[in-house]
Design a protein around this ligand. Sequence first.
Ligand SMILES: [Zn+2]
Length: 95
Amino acid sequence: MPGDFLEYSCSCGLHSKVSSGFSLADIGRPPTCIAYDPKKKRIRVMDEADVEARGLIKVADPYDSLVYQTPKFIMMTCPACGQETMKCFHTGWWD
Ligand SMILES: [Zn+2]
């Protein structure tokens, strides 16, 4: 399953690199999603069941639905500070 290389960056100091779309569900592992981990203070790919059990904030991959357009960055709500000041950069694809 191919995915995007993403970089989330906010003026509050949050900075995370994520490889989205990465899923081991195809080989029988639990499904994953992108979420903010307040303990590690970063956005990362986590087990979806763990995210729901801990009530963590899921973070979207805004490039997931943009197949041919890749704007330099997309503004998003930051899960750490709650402001609309987080930029999500698309830095490439993996497959
Ligand atoms: Zn922030």
